[in-house]
Design a protein around this ligand. Structure first.
Ligand SMILES: Nc1ncnc2c1ncn2[C@@H]1O[C@H](COP(=O)(O)OP(=O)(O)O)[C@@H](O)[C@H]1O
Ligand SMILES: [Mg+2]
Length: 270
């Protein structure tokens, strides 16, 4: 078995946002710190995190969600697929917050329900946070709806915080809507990992699965991994998973640069 061959206690390179494998890269740490600062102190209303596909936006959203859920000063609503009408979005947010037993029908009533919930939470000393993944799919009317939501406020504080996670085109969409852009308190673009952090990332994931980096990858094979993947975590996972498989089949241990090259050619269909 593959895991036995490598001495692994679990699968180290699954493309799932499991926090057990969370690697606190400099990009992760900085974006996370900024978002957390907003939640705790700034309470600016809207935060936007962008990054190319596979750079770790969903992972970041899960880490933040987990932190917020473990803190009784916050309540959370997670929206995973925002291809919705404005009414559906408000209903989903109400449901995710567990705000009402039955969402109302009309827009006016839905907003009344939301406002009522937000005021209750405020009185309880809690900050409701809406996290929206794949936010590049938000249509203009939905962005407008979210902007209006952050108008719910007391004299001193916003009653709701919204965090958008999306691919780079989200920036273009937002930049075309000045009234939305002006409301953004925190904006961060997640860059891919550099060579050192790509190595550290792989090392961390292997350690989480119970083995050392050196027993699995040669130094020059790691350079290849970085070269091919550009430091994008999802691509690193896929390449490393395939390299583990190829190494197992060919009995090549540790994995060589040549093997990584072969595996990459296969993955690229060359
Ligand atoms: N900081 C991280 N620590 C550990 N694994 C990560 C990290 N960022 C990304 N990954 C891995 O890469 C995969 C793709 O990341 P993901 O967050 O889904 O990217 P995005 O949402 O930007 O497309 C995740 O499923 C996870 O396995
Ligand atoms: Mg994602």
């Amino acid at each position: 078995m593959l895991e036995q061959f490598w001495g692994l206690s679990s699968k180290p390179f699954l493309n799932t946002p499991s926090l057990d494998f969370l690697f606190e890269s400099s990009e992760f740490s900085e974006s996370y710190a900024r978002l957390w600062y907003n939640m705790q102190d700034l309470r600016g209303g809207i935060c936007v995190v962008t990054g190319e596909i596979g750079t770790g936006k969903t992972m970041l959203s899960r880490a933040l969600l987990n932190k917020l859920n473990g803190d009784d000063r916050f309540s959370t609503a997670l929206v995973l697929n925002p291809q919705l009408t404005p009414n559906q979005l408000i209903k989903l947010i109400l449901t995710e917050f567990g705000a009402v037993k039955k969402p109302a029908r009309s827009k006016y009533q839905l907003l009344e329900q939301l406002n009522g919930f937000l005021l209750e939470e405020y009185e309880q000393g809690r900050t409701p946070v809406v996290l929206i993944d794949e936010a590049q799919m938000l249509k203009k009317p939905l962005l407008e709806e979210l902007r209006l939501m952050t108008n719910f406020e007391t004299n001193t504080t916003k009653l709701i915080q919204v965090v958008l996670f999306g691919q780079p085109e989200l920036n273009k969409i937002i930049n075309r809507i000045p009234q939305f852009k002006q409301r953004i308190a925190i904006r961060y673009h997640i860059e891919p990992l550099d060579l050192d952090e790509t190595t550290a990332y792989i090392k961390h994931r292997l350690q989480c699965a119970g083995v050392s980096l050196e027993s699995v990858f040669s130094a020059d094979s790691l350079e290849k991994v970085f070269q091919y993947t550009g430091g994008i975590p999802r691509v690193i996972n896929t390449l490393c998973m395939n390299a583990l498989m190829a190494g197992f089949i060919r009995h090549t241990r540790p994995i060589t640069a040549e093997l990584v090259q072969d595996v990459w050619a296969d993955l690229e269909g060359r």
